[in-house]
Design a protein around this ligand. Sequence first.
Ligand code: ZN
Length: 410
Amino acid sequence: MGENTIDRARYDFKKAMQEITNYKGRGTELISVYIPSTKLISDVTAYLRDEQSQASNIKSKATMKNVTGAIDSIMARLKTYKTAPPNGLVIFCGEVPRAGDQTKMVQYTLEPPEAITAFLYRCDSAFFTEPLDSMLLDKKYYGLITIDRKEATIGMLSGSRISVLKHFDSLVPSKHHQGGQSSVRFERLIEIAAHEFFKKVADNATTVFLPDIMDLQGIIIGGPGATKDFFVKEDYLHHELRKKVVSPLFDTGYTDESGLKELVDAAQGALVDMQLTVEKEYMQRLFREIRKTDGGLSAYGEAEVRAAAEVGAVDMFLISESLKKYHVSVECPNGHKHIMTVDDPEGKIECPECGQIVKVLESEDLVDNFFELADSYNAKMQLISGDSEEGDMLLKAFGGIAALLRYRVA
Ligand SMILES: [Zn+2]
């Protein structure tokens, strides 16, 4: 699979999961079926037929109708499979409320990114998604530690998300508080307190990082002074963690949560594999191009980017993952046909020519549409998460759509 294909599969899975978890049924009528690759499709169909006959006992007529309807729909879907795919198959199906008193049938068929291990059938008022939740996470992560004698913070960088795991204030007295002549004994007390503080930080790092050592890509350590070097050199860390310390250590102004952010910024060069860094680099390249007086090799905004794509000038699309829009083809009662981008394909859309409410003929997620554009014009596709400052700027300033160009258009 090409890079774009994998990214698109990941995007589609994530988006489907967001939608699925938001649905609530009117009654106990939303069906989730998990089928591992080893399960025979014929066995699943037999199981569903049995559930179907039991559904006739459901007291509420409406619920009974919805449950049997959903099971029918799942069985029809299963007819298109001879066997379950390598990672298995998950089907969510049911009647969900729409505006007013309306309902609509939704069905999602997912091939999960990791293998399903057990067959499972659930009928509930919400879809059962727990087995898939952990598959959404990028499990690889970096450990983060900022430390000086007063304070330390342990955190992690996962994908582009920085989270604080532990924060410590030390009780180590400052050497200067003694007003010059501190006794040897006082000096020693200070050093004992510092030693205990470093040990505590290291022990907590062990508790937090050692269980997931397989996914730990490295530990990035920073702080304002020489304490961080001392902390590493004196082997406070567990030897398995010590091996993962990224060299060099990094200077930061702070040792609290903002220190973690500084640390990730400072360590950028060392984090080539991490998505945040990759995204940041492309966005900064975009900003550099935009700042050039002729606009450089950049395009932004949907119309401009599409125009550049259609003449084959796009090298890489930079598309915000938080873009919640749809590419639709519509027709109004006067026969005007248009292709346009809208927020809600099920809402009232006016014809740009006559203002009448149009009928949506086709609708596609806008990000998926750009993945297709990237394929047709042999361009790369880079999704930009909303978590970084750059990602936020892409969404707010450029409508979530920009591109790096191979050559200037016009
Ligand atoms: Zn019209």
